[in-house]
Design a protein around this ligand. Structure first.
Ligand code: NCD
Ligand code: ZN
Ligand code: ZN
Length: 445
């Protein structure tokens, strides 16, 4: 494998330095002189983050390749700075067997643009009844550690209890889509509140999420097992998680970029691009989510990238599919709503978008500090670069992009996965230069 020099990157908590990558590993950090046989990424002025890790994406393969494939989703992931993504199990067929998990793993490896980590279903067919082959999936080549019926809530407390007990035996975790089906009726399509009343849409309340999270943290305490809360969307859920963590309960949580930035007022135009599960919430919730991510109550940002084909999304609001794209824009949204206002610094971004999700998902080779001997998974970010989103330019096969036309400050410029450049926005020069000289130290972060 060819060698790669990342030149003059701003490292977290350190001076700017060169990173020499050989055979997929960071061999040297410092002022490095190299010969002409090395590919050079000019990272002058760019922040180098450990490769981003997304605990929650929908890649739709197998079954809905018209909406996304592992190849198009991997390309979108690389463009978003991701070097690992956890592919949810709500495909067709469902990822509820060892064979299905290994197939997703192999398809991801064949693409080679990002690590595609299969999430296993908790119950067979996501039906909420019988447990799926959790142990076989864990012991398979895919070594599944994260299990989720995402799209559905594991609502039966007895099933949830058994699942928690089971995954405890091999250090797994249940990622819960927390939504009490009795409190969120089949017709509900948005947040229940002032806006839904005005628009004449049927909503569901935050308590549908909060009551399940409250139950699940108690089940985690009872079983001594580990629960992860997917896409937290309300201030009440934040309160429950804060309390549970203070008790020493083994709970972690993620929040999506859209729940950190968008509010339920956007539904006024009935545009189904804003229809998502959990629904966009009022400003008070958005503010609580931002604060919770900054103070560590919420551990990670996860996109819940949910591509949908036009024929599923372009309907009257109540009939459209739930979900929105997120992989390519997540870092820019986080930069805009958290870094620019001073709620999070770049070390904080590395925590919530790389090291914490890698730890939660059990990926030892991801989320590591960029030092000698670490795997070369690197995301280069220009903190000042303005990015205007154009849905038509997406690498995703789908176009349900809620950020179309918006401009963000802060963007991913290049992604290095296992020592290979998997994305390059073109601002970096990849010329072969003889005897590269050392860079000058840049600003500390
Ligand atoms: N988030 C969504 O609105 N939709 C997801 C399912 C889910 O994450 O619950 C999907 O698979 O489309
Ligand atoms: Zn979900
Ligand atoms: Zn999801």
């Amino acid at each position: 494998m060819s060698r790669l020099l990342i030149r003059g990157a701003r490292l977290l908590g350190a001076e700017a330095a060169d990173l020499l990558v050989d055979d997929g590993v960071i061999r040297e950090v410092g002022s490095i002189r190299v010969g002409s046989d090395v590919e050079v990424l000019d990272a002058d002025g760019l922040v180098a983050l450990p490769g981003l890790v997304d605990l929650h994406v929908h890649l739709r393969e197998p079954g809905r390749e018209d909406a996304e494939t592992i190849a198009t989703g991997s390309a979108a992931a690389a463009a978003g700075g991701y070097t690992a993504v956890f592919a949810m199990a709500n495909t067709s067929p469902v990822t509820d067997t060892a064979e299905a998990a290994e197939r997703v793993l192999d398809l991801g490896r064949a693409c080679g643009l990002t690590e595609v980590v299969p999430v296993g279903a908790v119950t067979k067919g996501l039906e909420g009844g019988e447990l799926a082959e959790l142990g076989l999936m864990a012991r398979s080549r895919a070594a599944v550690r994260v299990f989720s019926d995402d799209g559905h809530c594991v609502h039966d407390a007895r099933v949830m209890r058994r699942a928690l007990e089971y995954v405890k035996t091999f250090g797994g975790v249940i990622s819960q889509h927390a939504q009490d089906p009795r409190l969120a009726g089949p017709d509900a399509c948005c947040h229940e509140g002032e806006v839904s009343g005005r628009l004449g849409l049927t909503g569901w309340p935050g308590i549908a999420e909060e009551s399940i999270v409250a139950r699940d943290v108690m089940l985690a305490r009872h079983t001594g097992s580990r629960v992860h809360v997917a896409h937290v969307s309300t201030a009440g859920t934040v309160e429950v998680i804060r309390w549970a963590k203070a008790q020493g309960i083994d709970v972690t949580a993620e929040v999506t970029p859209h729940h950190l930035a968008l509010t339920t007022d956007l539904l006024a135009g009935y545009d189904p691009v804003y229809k998502v599960n959990p629904p966009l919430r009022p400003t008070e919730d958005v503010e609580a989510l931002r604060a919770a991510l900054a103070d560590g109550t919420i551990d990670a940002v996860a996109t819940d990238h949910a591509p949908h084909a036009r024929q599923d999304k372009e309907h009257a609001f109540p009939d459209a599919a739930f979900g929105m794209l997120g992989l390519e824009t997540a870092l820019s949204v986080v930069s805009e709503v958290l870094v620019q206002p001073g709620l999070l610094d770049w070390a904080g971004v590395a925590r919530v978008m790389s090291s914490a999700p890698a730890r939660i998902g059990g990926l030892a080779a991801q989320g590591r500090p960029l030092s000698e001997g670490s795997p070369a998974h690197v995301t280069l970010v220009d903190p000042d670069r303005e990015l205007t989103v154009d849905a038509a330019e997406s690498r995703s096969r789908s176009r349900n992009n809620p950020w179309h036309g918006r401009t963000f400050r802060g963007a991913v410029v290049a992604t290095v996965y296992g020592g290979r450049v998997t994305f390059d926005r073109g601002a970096t020069s990849r010329t072969h230069r003889p005897l590269t000289t050392a860079s000058t130290p840049g600003a500390d972060l």
